[in-house]
Design a protein around this ligand. Structure first.
Ligand code: ATR
Length: 271
């Protein structure tokens, strides 16, 4: 019988994970099935227990269960602990090992797929929510010259910046006027509602990359602003999605799949 994996979320209808992992399994000749499970909002642990009882070996965890998975896990990696959230689990007997590959997936997409090393770069990250919390450690491990966190609620950015050592500071959007960056990453949820974080266009004047974490939203107001300011490379989160999946797949199966074909398949042109 094939080994069993799944993604759990609610709602789950939009998930691309079964397609991605199905393609990974095919390309690496791994005998597994990967399904999508809609977990009841008040029944995450029971749904995971049932999956394990049926022989499930590993899971991805998506909205709104990343904190539930954090509590469910018996063993957390440093990354997952710092992120305060879990997006992948591996089951061995009584143990539920947990990690969070969102941040490393983002870094791998920027550095490896887009060919933009973070080392020595001036990086601006917009937002201070869960997505940023998970990305901070992987970002700082790449040794940027400086990392600035800008957020509407300044206190949240300050609190996050204080959790990690290195050249990292927090500021308000207004304080960004006159500051220059090489890369700007939009990790706010504004684009999900076609909104624009109040970022001054001047932050893009020396930037070569604008990265939108949201995926499949086309040219968001953030990307449009960057494009109008002359930023050469624009990206959305499709590469990050594929790379976090590849990290989880490698962790479960011991073989790292190629992501290029999956990224090409899922890419929606930024028009
Ligand atoms: P996620 O887990 O996706 O990061 P989250 O934890 O709810 O989601 O955080 C959402 C982030 O987007 C926050 O940084 C939020 O700013 P506040 O902390 O000030 O609320 C930011 N955000 C959402 N809508 C925004 C908007 N229209 N303009 C600027 N920032 C916005």
């Amino acid at each position: 019988m094939s080994d069993k994996y799944a993604v759990i979320g609610n709602p789950i209808g939009h998930t691309k994970s079964p397609l991605i992992h199905g393609q990974f399994a095919q390309s690496t000749a791994q005998d597994l099935v990967y399904t999508a499970i809609e977990g009841p909002l008040d029944g995450f642990a029971a749904a995971v227990d049932a999956f394990r009882a049926a022989g499930g070996l590993g899971m991805n965890i998506t909205t709104p269960f990343k904190l539930d998975a954090f509590r469910y896990a018996t063993d957390l990696t440093e990354r997952a602990r710092r992120a305060g959230a879990v997006n992948a689990m591996k089951f061995e007997g009584e143990r539920a090992y947990a990690d969070n590959f969102d941040g490393v997936g983002l870094v791998r997409d920027i550095v490896h797929n887009m060919g933009c090393p973070l080392q020595g770069q001036r990086v601006l990250v917009l937002g201070a929510g869960g997505a940023v919390r998970g990305a901070l450690l992987p970002f700082m491990e790449q040794h940027p010259a400086r990392l600035v966190l800008a957020n509407r609620t300044l206190e949240k950015a300050r609190a996050l910046a204080a959790t990690i050592a290195g050249p990292i500071t927090a500021c308000s959007y207004a304080e960004l006027a006159g500051q220059q960056f090489d890369m700007v990453v939009n990790a706010t949820s504004a684009s999900l509602r076609a909104e624009l974080p109040p970022v001054p266009a001047s932050v893009f004047s020396q930037a070569h990359l604008a990265y939108e974490l949201a995926y499949g939203k086309g040219l968001t107001p953030f990307l449009r602003l960057a494009q109008n300011a002359g930023v050469a490379q624009l990206a959305d989160g499709v590469g990050m999605l594929a790379e976090q999946a590849a990290e989880a797949f490698a962790w479960w199966r011991g073989v790292r799949p190629e992501t290029r074909a999956v990224i090409e398949k899922l890419t929606i042109p930024l028009l």
